[in-house]
Design a protein around this ligand. Structure first.
Ligand code: PLP
Length: 427
């Protein structure tokens, strides 16, 4: 297994790891461990790089906040011009609280409830991407009840081959649960046209995450723009082409940098003839390299010939290694230079609770700090209270400044919603 890749913002200086201009040791003292640490400069850099790549395309970047919905993260991205893509009423509420307007928001998701549709309509979101005829029909009913007209995109499954890291994050192949099967999309569009309270404005796809090549994008947008052309000639005013997220990041040396220039050319070609507006929904590409998970070594031990380093971050904090078999580079904050091979595991009562297996790492001792790289996307948002473990703190760093932006949960927080004295009733 490789040793992973360091991002520009998290590097060792004079023997210890810094986040931008702040020593990781300072952050561990300020916030404790485990703590997610985010770099403002990486977020700004990724936004700028993608904006440059799609320069000349009408449309907008809508950061997919499922990757990292931290308020400081989404506020920063809003301030530099990003819209947001949400997939639940909860994400919508968080986006509104962070200052996004309805027009900044695209609402997606395969199982929207009636309540979520109402919330999206109240917020006057820019687009609600629907994934089935049944959902379209419910949305039409709800919009009629509210006396409004829902701005709708059809999420179409373009049914393309998706080469990516893990089959859990491929979403645009034939038979996946997402989107309207390609052959049925034209028919659903005609149904939408006949409805009084939906306004069909867009076509949408999201073919997968951590896409290793551009082919799924190319194949997908070719299919979607052909459909858009067909619908335009049938009188549908398709305005938006939403191509979802999926741009990859380099977790390990085997991973490839996204070809942003190629991505931009594909998108320009797809929207040009029809004069469509492009919507891009990157999540991981913005957030993954912006964040690390800072953790402290609790114990070392050996068992049955294996060496273990037990740290205070577990699968409840960062699920990706056990859920997706994901690789994250792990370093000592203050490396000694001596190397050992060990399993880096957490305190959770599961054999599947690990951050890395059989990994060559620095020969850390209890009390040392370690850092798990590439943890900014699908990290904190997938964390849980399993084993009644309070969720970690989150810290933002910007140059030499740093701030705790989410407090560590307390034991009281864990029990906040419990009903002390349940009110039993007869049926
Ligand atoms: C509809 C949609 N858009 C965007 C994304 C973000 O994907 P990524 O983080 O790979 O960019 C996802 C991820 O699941 C998604 O489902």
């Amino acid at each position: 297994m490789g040793q992973g890749v360091l991002t520009e913002a998290f590097a060792h200086r004079d023997g210890a790891l810094f986040c931008e201009d702040v020593p990781a040791e300072t952050l561990a003292i300020a916030a404790g461990t485990p703590t997610f640490v985010y770099s403002a400069s990486v977020l700004r850099d990724r936004y700028r790089r993608l904006s440059d790549a799609i320069a000349g395309c009408a449309g907008r970047i809508h950061y997919s906040m499922k990757a990292n919905g931290n308020r400081a993260v989404i506020t920063l991205l809003r301030e530099i011009g990003s819209g947001v893509d949400v997939v639940s009423g909860g994400e919508l509420a968080r986006a509104l609280r962070a200052g996004f307007d309805g027009n900044d928001i695209v609402f997606g998701g395969v199982g929207k409830t009636a309540m979520e549709m109402r919330e999206a309509l109240h917020a006057k979101v820019k687009l609600i991407n629907v994934e089935s005829e049944a959902e379209l029909s419910l949305l039409n009913d709800i919009a009629r009840d509210l006396g409004s007209v829902a701005p709708v995109g059809l999420r179409v499954n373009p049914e393309v081959a998706v080469a990516n890291a893990h089959h859990y994050i491929a979403t645009g192949e034939r038979g996946h649960k997402f989107g309207i099967p390609f052959a049925e999309a034209g028919g659903v569009a005609r149904v939408a046209l006949a409805m009084s309270n939906v306004n069909l404005l867009g076509l949408d796809m999201h073919v997968g995450s951590q896409l290793a090549t551009l082919e799924p994008y190319r194949d997908g947008v070719v299919r979607l723009s052909a459909l858009a052309r067909e619908l335009r000639s049938a009188g549908v005013a398709i305005r938006y082409l939403d191509v979802g997220g999926g741009l990859p990041v380099v977790y390990d040396h085997d991973d490839v940098e996204p070809d942003l220039v190629g991505f931009g050319s594909i998108m320009r070609a797809a929207i040009k003839d029809l004069g469509l507006e492009l919507i891009v929904e990157p999540g991981r590409f913005f957030a993954a390299d912006s964040g690390v998970l800072l953790t402290r070594v609790l114990y070392r031990k050996e068992s049955g010939g294996r060496r273990y380093v037990i740290v205070d971050a577990g699968m409840n904090d960062l699920l990706r290694p056990s859920h997706y078999d994901a690789f994250h580079r792990i370093d000592a904050v203050r490396p000694s230079g001596r190397r050992v091979t060990a399993d880096i595991v957490g305190p959770v009562c599961e054999t599947g609770d690990f951050l890395a297996l059989g990994r060559e790492v620095d020969d850390v001792v209890p009390g040392d700090l370690m850092v798990v790289h590439g943890a900014g996307a699908y990290g904190y948002v997938m964390s849980s209270n399993y084993n009644a473990r309070p969720r970690a703190a989150e810290v933002m760093v910007d140059g030499h400044r740093h701030a705790v932006v989410t407090l560590r949960e307390s034991h009281d927080d864990l029990m906040r919603l419990e009903v002390e004295d349940p009110n039993w009733r007869d049926a």
